[in-house]
Design a protein around this ligand. Structure first.
Ligand code: HAM
Length: 418
């Protein structure tokens, strides 16, 4: 679990701002759900025989003896909340949420025990158009974030009936090759054979590669749903790779699944993943409601933004107000307030805590500000203010206090044009 320090937060804020803007342009509305839910919710939705539920949840009994879990993902809580508040009946919903998720995984680069997701869920729409629109929206997001080079992988898992037939076939196939399976896979053979396809064990690569694929079991409806998504993406010019081994680590998916992957981050290359989950609302006690969504890993996206280093982040301050002497310290705060009223775009740090010119200039320099505004007893007595350029070679200026707002307005305009 990580602390987010001030030198990193501008990238997070940039990402959050971009996502918020793009989602609003598609009509998505924000939800905020609790971080803790009943353990049972995750068992019923994510699936009892998944890595998340079997090994990774932070589960504890509260004082009433109820079993609670720190949410490992957001879809289950979003469906629970939407059901509880009657958002799903005879309606369509486009919802999003963000926040920390918790999984007790082995930490490594790009994989943390507390990590952050931005999740998006669309309810009440059964056709392939919404699946495709979600994917197009993610593509627009990468553009807004200045990220390129991601690969879109796409697959269909068919309906639950089709998957049941396929599952029987897989069990037959893997049972015939039991000696090639590791312990985990042997255990999954009966409980969740599809997950064997997702193994990271290199010794099993051959047996998995030769396994039957779902393709032969897909019915007409699943097939045409998938083809329609592909053709919308083709038409919109979004490239994708069909990956028949893409199965996802959560059990609630049916039909469409997709992942956006990068090779910039080492092993943890999936930055955004999701799919359709038409059965989940019923599974959690609601009426049948088609649903599709995805979640992005914020840490991973921020790491790419940092790696590519293309985004110009706003600096912390434009100006640092140096105040020397007791009178200047008092007058300075009122002057700063007036400047903030006159110039809403100005980022101004007022020195607090006294000290010599020298020590205050040091702080001004460290603040990243472009200008130091200097108010000492002499300036105050003559209604003047000194201006020192901290980031370029230029003569120090003295202005009348009443000229300062105009000067700063010009300065800000010039610097944004740069
Ligand atoms: P997920 O694939 O488990 O899906 O997670 C989505 C994304 O969260 C991953 O692609 C990854 O970027 C990020 N992520 C997951 N685990 C970690 C971790 N330990 N450290 C850092 N980042 C991580 C879901 O959670 C589904 N709820 C997505 C969804 C929404 N499907 C439909 N609607």
């Amino acid at each position: 679990m990580h602390d987010l320090l001030p030198d990193q937060s501008p990238r997070w804020q940039f990402l959050e701002r971009c996502v918020r803007d793009v989602l609003a342009r598609y009509g998505y509305e924000e939800m905020r759900m609790p971080i803790v839910e009943s353990t049972d919710l995750f068992k019923r939705s994510i699936g009892e025989v998944t890595d998340i539920v079997e090994k990774e949840m932070y589960t504890f009994d509260d004082r009433n003896g109820d079993s609670l879990t720190l949410r490992p993902e957001g879809t289950a809580g979003c469906v629970r909340a939407a059901l509880e508040h009657g958002l799903l009946h005879n309606q369509t919903q486009r919802l999003w949420y963000q926040g920390p998720m918790f999984r007790h995984e082995r930490p490594q680069k790009g994989r943390y025990r507390q990590f952050h997701q931005i999740g998006v869920e669309a309810f009440g729409m059964a056709g392939p158009d919404i699946d495709a629109e979600l994917i197009l929206m993610t593509a627009r997001l990468w553009q807004a974030l200045g990220i390129d080079g991601l690969e879109l992988q796409l697959n269909t898992l068919g309906s639950s009936e089709e998957r049941a037939l396929y599952r029987d076939e897989l069990v037959k196939y893997f049972s015939a090759h039991q000696e090639k399976l590791d312990d985990d896979s042997r255990r999954r053979l009966q409980s969740n054979p599809l997950r064997i396809l997702d193994t990271k064990n290199p010794d099993m690569a051959d047996v998995v590669a030769a396994a039957p694929t779902l393709d032969a079991y897909l019915g007409e409806e699943s097939r045409s749903h998938f083809t329609a998504i592909c053709s919308i993406l083709d038409e919109a010019g979004v490239a994708y790779v069909v990956n028949p081994r893409l199965v996802r680590g959560l059990d609630y998916y049916s039909r469409t699944v997709f992942e956006w992957v990068t090779d910039l981050l080492g092993a943890q290359g999936t930055v955004c993943a999701g799919g359709r989950y038409d059965g989940l609302v019923t599974q959690l006690g609601g009426r049948a409601t088609p649903a599709v969504g995805f979640a992005m890993g914020v840490e991973r996206l921020v790491a790419i933004i940092e790696e590519l280093d293309r985004v110009k982040l706003p600096k912390r301050a434009d100006a640092y107000l140096v105040l020397v002497g007791e009178n200047a310290q008092h007058a300075g705060l009122a002057i700063a307030e007036q400047l903030r009223s006159d110039l809403p775009q100005l980022r101004l740090i007022t020195h607090c805590g006294g000290g010599s010119f020298k020590s205050q200039f040091k702080k001004a320099d460290r603040s990243g500000a472009s200008l130091a505004l200097i108010l000492g007893e002499d300036e105050l007595a003559s209604d003047n203010i000194g201006i020192k350029f901290l980031r370029k070679e230029a003569q120090q200026l003295t202005l009348k206090l009443n000229e300062l707002a105009g000067f700063l307005a010009n300065f800000l305009q010039e610097t944004t044009e740069d």
